[in-house]
Design a protein around this ligand. Sequence first.
Ligand SMILES: [Cu+2]
Length: 120
Amino acid sequence: MHSNSQWRRGLLVLASVGVVACAGTEPEVLALADDVGSATDDPTITVSDNEFGPDEIVIAAGTEVTWVWQGESEHDVVGAGFESPLQASGTFTQTFEETGTYTFVCSPHGDMTGTVHVVP
Ligand SMILES: [Cu+2]
């Protein structure tokens, strides 16, 4: 029993370290700030090596965003509640119904991040 509880404590420590290490790159949904600007009429984001372009867009609620792969390497788009395949070409679409600020990341490239602001 003693060794079992030590093992459990070890797992807890590992879990806490993992949460800290991932902070900032985990996709999340944030409250919408009031100064994000007005919605774009071109809700398209390119996926290249290794960045999203643009890496921040503003859309109206109910708009479908299209990501278009243009690079050579494999990338994906992972947000809170949506995830594209890991692929080197093609497209991915996601419709955002609720207002808020949605961050997304390419899972193989943790510094490849983007943001979708959904305004009313
Ligand atoms: Cu990537």
